[in-house]
Ligand binder design. Structure first.
Ligand SMILES: [Zn+2]
Length: 157
């Protein structure tokens, strides 16, 4: 996972005057420097973790609980029509992440905003293709979705 903190990472070294919404020992939340929309919040772990899949369970839980609380605050303060939660794992370093330090974007959306996220969807695949993809991922997950543990309810069959 690498060092806890990287000297050359802007998300490990916040500039003075950063408009924080929340700070604790595990994470911070702040208003994005170049927001997609007003009240665009970033939720960022303090330790330098690059990808979602590398987050340890307790930090994962904390980040999502914080994201939920902040989404509630965003709803109360700016009354958006929708909220988008976005994050990226830039697995090959092709620029999906401008800052290679994990973050969750909370982006309030308004009917009249000019934000366009073009998904560029493929034509609808066959059910056979979708079923095959599902089977491949089930196999990759392992038994019980790879989540077997005392706190995970298993599916009744
Ligand atoms: Zn960092």
């Amino acid at each position: 996972m690498g060092a806890e903190r990287h000297e050359d990472c802007t998300f490990c070294n916040w500039a003075a005057g950063t408009p924080f919404v929340h700070e604790d020992t595990l994470a911070v939340a702040l208003i994005d420097r170049r927001p997609i929309n007003r009240y665009h919040v970033l939720v960022v772990p303090r330790r330098h973790v690059v990808n979602f899949i590398d987050l340890p369970p307790e930090l994962l839980t904390h980040l999502f609980r914080l994201t939920q609380a902040l989404s509630r605050a965003v709803r109360d303060v700016c009354r958006p029509d929708a909220i988008q939660h976005l994050t990226d794992d830039d697995l090959t370093g092709h620029g999906f992440n401008l800052v290679p330090h994990f973050k969750i974007h909370i982006i309030p959306r308004f009917q009249a905003d000019r934000v366009r996220i073009d998904w560029g969807r493929e034509p609808e695949p066959s059910l056979a293709d979708r079923s095959q993809w599902a089977a491949q991922l089930r196999a990759a997950l392992g038994g019980e979705g790879g989540l077997a543990g005392p706190d995970v309810p298993s599916r009744s069959r």
